[in-house]
Write a protein that binds this ligand. Structure first.
Ligand code: PBG
Ligand code: ZN
Length: 322
């Protein structure tokens, strides 16, 4: 026999020597849900281990996170006043703007703050844009999103992350924030985001479910792989600094194909449903949580993601699973 691949699997040392994929703590981004009020740390039922934090408690959590190496956070605002035109999303004193100001004041460049830019938690109807004649209007939505991104940049966000899937929003955000002097604020685009049932727990957490209809007229059809690549490359052309595929686990093929077709950094979002499924199975003793989580993380990296946004990041770093 000329080939005995098992030779290089014989001991841990040789397995580690030939391992093709490495993970580092620098790859992880941890998402936080921020709400109004004071001294609030309310567990999110659908997502064991995740919380709604008021800004004061968020600051404390982030401080703890920094000690274990979580130095990149993605901020979602929850519980803001909902209107038809999502006006509270671009309020200079929105919960997100306040959170960003506090975090950047306290931690400066020790912490990298990314904000989610989307209006579904700020609209009465729960859609990710401006709804008129029962249709989410693209260009009107893009205007609102660009203003929201500008507010975040003004509050001090290092990076804004549009998650709405309107056409042309990356370019519009780039132009508006540049015009206002924020040419160093980066954009991580949710560039290929599928209309997915995996967002279920998040929508409970963010109170952002559409009150009627679904998101299929703006988020992508999961039957399409060619279009998935085109969506991300369009955002590259519009000036995105980082491209993101979301969800992650069922879309490793999309991550891999994007890897072969762009030179930009690639992120994947290991979303709420993926997280909650693992937590639920682990709690029932059906799987070993640490092993399952790390297998998933290596799969993301192997597929080509250099940045992993995941609710598991806290467990991974706190419990030294890396
Ligand atoms: C808002 C947004 C969603 C997620 C991130 N930003 C939900 C959605 O599009 O319905 C999903 C995150 C997760 O499920 O963990 N547009
Ligand atoms: Zn949205």
């Amino acid at each position: 026999m000329l080939h005995r691949p098992r030779r290089l699997r014989k001991t841990a040392i040789i397995r580690n020597t030939v391992a093709e994929t490495l993970l580092s703590k620098e790859m992880f981004v941890y998402p936080y849900f921020v709400t109004g009020g004071k001294n609030i740390a309310e567990p999110i039922k659908a997502m064991p281990g995740a919380f709604h934090f008021s800004v004061d408690r968020l600051v404390k959590e982030v401080e703890k996170g920094l000690k274990i190496g979580i130095n990149k956070v993605l901020i979602f605002g929850v519980g803001e006043k909902k209107t038809k035109d999502a006006s509270s999303a671009s309020d200079r004193n929105s919960i997100v703007a306040k959170a960003v100001r506090e975090l950047k004041n306290k931690f400066g460049d020790e912490l990298y703050v990314i904000t989610d830019v989307c209006v579904c938690a700020y609209t009465t109807h729960g859609h990710c844009g401006i709804l008129e004649n029962n249709y989410v209007q693209n260009d009107a939505s893009v205007n609102v999103l660009a203003k929201m991104a500008l507010t975040h940049a003004q509050a001090g966000a290092d990076m804004v992350a549009p998650s709405d899937m309107m056409d042309g929003r990356v370019l519009a955000i780039r132009q508006l924030i540049d015009k206002n002097g924020f040419d160093n604020t980066a954009i991580m685009s949710y560039s290929t985001k599928f209309a997915s049932a995996y967002y279920g727990p998040f929508r409970e957490a963010a109170d952002s479910s559409p009150s009627h209809g679904d998101r299929k007229s703006y988020q992508m059809d999961f039957r399409n792989g060619r279009e998935a690549l085109q969506e991300s490359l369009t955002d590259e052309n519009e000036g995105a600094d980082i491209l993101m595929i979301k969800p992650a686990l069922a879309y490793l093929d999309v991550i891999k194909e994007l890897r072969q077709n762009t030179l930009l950094p690639i992120a994947c979002y290991n979303v709420s449903g993926e997280y909650s499924m693992v937590k639920a199975a682990a709690r029932q003793g059906l799987v070993d949580e640490q092993k399952i989580v790390m297998e998933n993380m290596y799969a993301f990296a192997r597929a080509g993601a250099g940045i992993i946004i995941t609710y598991h990041a806290k467990d991974i770093l706190e419990k030294s699973w890396l």
